[in-house]
Every structure is written in C-alpha cells, then in structure tokens.
Design a protein around this ligand. Structure first.
Ligand SMILES: Nc1ncnc2c1ncn2[C@@H]1O[C@H](COP(=O)(O)OP(=O)(O)OP(=O)(O)O)[C@@H](O)[C@H]1O
Ligand SMILES: [Mg+2]
Length: 334
C-alpha cells in the first residue's frame, strides 16, 4: 500500500516472514506493505501475536524475511537465503518496550548512550560532551552520566534509551511499545518528549502500540494489523472516526469509555485470534466477524483503495450508517 504523497523514507512492499516450527509454519508477516514519509508518525496497532515485533526485527536487519522488499531512504533490501544478521544501521534505530532489559545493567549512562558514537570514532571529551547534549535533549542533566540503569526510574531509563537511539541522528525511530511498561503519568511525559524531539529533528516514527489513545495523540497515520496483514490504513482522524474494516471498528469499541452515560451497547471483540499455523481460509478475520459471508470465508479480500492513503482489505466495508446499526444481529449478511 503506497500511502503517502511525499517521497517515502521507509517503503515496505509485500513483506513475508515465515517461522518454521515443529508444529508447522507460522506466517508472521503475510504480504505487509506500507510507507512512512520523512517527519511522519505511522502507528501500527493490532492484537498480540499479529506480527508487530517480527516486522520491527526485519526492519532493523535483526531477522531475515522470505519475500518482499524494505527500502530505507532509497536503499533496498530484498529477501535472500544466505542471510546473516546485519550490522547496526545508522539511519534506523529502535526503542523497545522494557528499558530494564534493553539497557546493559553493568554500563553507566555515559557508556550506554556513548556506545553508538564510539562505533563512529567519537572519543574522550567530545564523547562526554555529545552524551551530555543528548541527555539534555531527553530532559536529563549531566549528573546522570555516571549512573547505572538500576539507579534510574523507569521513565528515566526510557529517556536514556531514547537518547541512545538518537545518538547517530537516525532518519527513523522504531518505537516498539515504548511506554506500555510505564506509569500513566510517566507515559504522558515520554510521549510529549517524543513529539518535541520530532518537531526539532524531522525524524520519522514507526510507533507500535496497543493504546489507541497514544495513536490519537502522536500519530499522523495508522496501520491496523491482523494475523500478519495490514487490514486497514489511513490518516488517524479518518480511520478512527469512520473505520471501514470490522476489525478496526472492534478495536475502537474495545477502548474503555469512562463516562457511564456513553457505555457501549455491544461486546467489542469475541473470540481469540486464530492460530497463525491453522489460518482460516479466505479473510482471516471472518471467524470473528459479524458481517462475514460465504465469500469472506472462501476468498481473500482484495486491497480497496478508497482514496490515496486510505485502504482496507474487506469485501463488506463498513459505512457510517452501518456503524450506527451495530446492535443488529450478527452475520445477517451470511
Ligand atoms: N522466533 C520465533 N519462532 C517462532 N514463532 C515466532 C517467533 N517469534 C514470533 N513468533 C510467532 O509469530 C507471530 C507474530 O509474533 P510477534 O512477536 O511478531 O507478535 P506481536 O504482534 O509483536 O505480539 P505482541 O503484541 O504480543 O508483542 C506469533 O504467532 C508468534 O508466536
Ligand atoms: Mg511484540
């Protein structure tokens, strides 16, 4: 899905990744395509196991893939059989969910943030100065230079992880649930920081999260993933106000509503995500979809492009009128 009008910084096309296990082949990525423009934030949402972290690993060169292409700033990587782990990329870096496990407990903050800089020959006082500057960018003072990760709060640890990720001035930051391990108030500070950093540097974000509130706050566009596929993508405001795919609608309905007068009528999402080993035939969402028909169960839905940058995979996309009719009996169309 080519979803942006500006030239892409990241362009992923037809990406496939299969894990071969004793129990069978798991299609973790089943033809994933999307683009991210410079300075843009694309949020990737979807239930556990839909392939988000697998996608991150392939983007970072930490895992091989079986088909498709990944182009970053014009450099294209294709699937190949004699794959070896790639050296760290300068143009893309990553912040993981849990700073406790992503930061080396035996290293001081100066070394943690300084390590990527050392790989490009920065040393001594220049290194300390640069690390101090990076600490400043993430709102931490020079007194943190000599601290170990266990001497930092969760929020401070994640600030250090962000500073390290920014050390080589990447064009793109991949954020794999960077705030989900933090308290809500700390989450808000980190999100604010990420917004401010992007405004300054025009870095692109690929932001992976379960939290649709975070998507609304931070992202320009959203891609909704289900069982290894992107089933809907578009500007956040369009997708959230007028979802086309029933799965997107179900995710939106699963967001708790605090105001009791606005409690939702229908149960959001029934059933478990099917096993990626025994995928349902046709549309993978059909066993959980109240609008699924025999067509949905027999054939895979095509990509529908409603307008540039607004696409979905569904035979029976929702319209505003239909959304108001959610309390009707499921599978009426079957
Ligand atoms: N190394 C592996 N070997 C075999 N199967 C794997 C491996 N890593 C992931 N999987 C499987 O691939 C699918 C996608 O996993 P992935 O970790 O990418 O999901 P995710 O969307 O990041 O989930 P979560 O939201 O829980 O982090 C899952 O079915 C998972 O069990
Ligand atoms: Mg994951």
């Amino acid at each position: 899905m080519n979803t942006t009008s500006t030239p892409s910084l990241l362009s992923v096309a037809g990406l496939r990744k299969v894990y071969r296990t004793r129990h069978g082949a798991i299609k973790a990525l089943d033809g994933v395509s999307f683009d991210v423009a410079p300075g843009e934030t694309l949020a990737l949402v979807g239930e556990s196991g839909c392939g988000k972290s697998t996608l991150v690993s392939t983007l970072l060169g930490l895992a091989s893939f079986d088909a498709g292409t990944i182009a970053i700033d014009g450099n294209t990587t294709t699937a190949h059989s004699n794959w070896t782990k790639m050296p760290p990329r300068r143009d893309v870096s990553v912040v993981f969910q849990n700073p406790q496990s992503s930061l080396d407990p035996k290293m001081k903050v100066r070394s943690i943030i300084g390590e990527p800089l050392q790989t490009v020959g920065v040393r001594g006082v220049t290194l300390t100065d640069k690390v101090t500057e990076l600490l400043g960018q993430v709102g931490l003072g020079p007194e943190f230079l000599k601290r170990y990760p266990h001497q930092l709060s969760g929020g401070q640890q994640q600030r250090v992880a962000i500073a390290r990720a920014l050390a080589l001035e990447p064009r793109m930051l991949v954020l794999d649930e960077p705030t989900s391990a933090l308290d809500v108030s700390v989450q808000a500070q980190i999100l604010k920081l990420l917004k401010a950093l992007q405004a300054r540097s025009n870095v692109s974000y690929l932001f992976i999260t379960h939290d649709l509130g975070v998507v609304d706050y931070l992202a320009d566009r959203v891609a909704v993933m289900y069982l290894g596929r992107i089933v809907e993508t578009g500007p956040v405001s369009d997708v959230f106000s007028d979802p086309r795919h029933p799965y997107t609608k179900a995710l939106l309905d699963a967001v708790p509503v605090i105001d009791p007068t606005r409690r939702r009528q229908q149960a959001p999402l029934d059933g478990e995500v099917p096993s990626p080993i025994n995928r349902p035939s046709g549309c993978s969402f059909s066993p959980r979809c109240r609008w699924a028909t025999s067509t949905c169960r027999a054939s895979e839905p095509p990509i529908c492009e409603e307008k540039r940058g607004r696409e979905y995979l569904c035979f029976h996309p929702l319209s505003r009128g239909q959304i108001g009719d959610l309390t009707g009996s499921p599978n009426e169309a079957a």
